[in-house]
Write a protein that binds this ligand. Sequence first.
Ligand SMILES: [Zn+2]
Length: 268
Amino acid sequence: MKVMLKTIRFTLLIASCLVISESGFAQTHKVPSLKGKNVLIVYGGWKGHNPQAFVERITPWLKSEGAIITTSESLDSYTDEKLMAETDLVIQSWTMGKISKEQVKGLLKAVKNGTGLAGCHGGIGDSFRDQSEYLFMVGGQWAAHPGGKINYEVNICDTEDPITEGLSDFKVDNTEQYYMLVDPNSKVLATTTFSGEHDSWIEGAVIPVVWKKYYGKGRVYNLSIGHEPKDFDNPSVWTLLKRGFAWAAESKYQAKENLISPVYKSKD
Ligand SMILES: [Zn+2]
């Protein structure tokens, strides 16, 4: 009887701590909402990624969260110092393309000072290939997607982080499996393993899909899925996008986390 009561008490305790998010994934730490946050969406670049469709996909959600949204099709927005200083989160969807010295300087400065930066797929992880400081900020660059559009699995490697809490490994269909070259010190939340079917020499290679990091005071969030808006029909992918973007908008309001997570052995 005593044991039973204890079990019931424990169950009740767990139940009271868990928050079931709107996507149905349990969380003990709810990611803060975007209510009242200034969000700047900058989109353009390679048309193959249909950045306009991405913006149309995320805007209703941002509105429902209560975010104050500014949308721009010009990288010149990054040179607007006032706008950038007031922005809590830059969502960028700009594959490849060129960015001027002044434009990249404006973006780097804002993030260094606490504006968050988040994006998906090539919109953040394959932008402005000739800009090393941009790459340093994002912490990764797309290199290949062997086989083109394929089915693959995503593995959650951190179940405690509020962004991935409650999520399990999941499959994505008919989309690109990004082989990213990454900063091995970022905090990786999800990975994917390459089968070797398309490029035999990478069989067993493990590559990050989701990571979070800082650049100065600004939070940077990368999700490598999102070749087409239909990728976000997958509830796990959509949850990773929403939670990660909300997390990145909080740099100015939450204590800095220590996200340095070296993969390689340190000097000690
Ligand atoms: Zn793509």
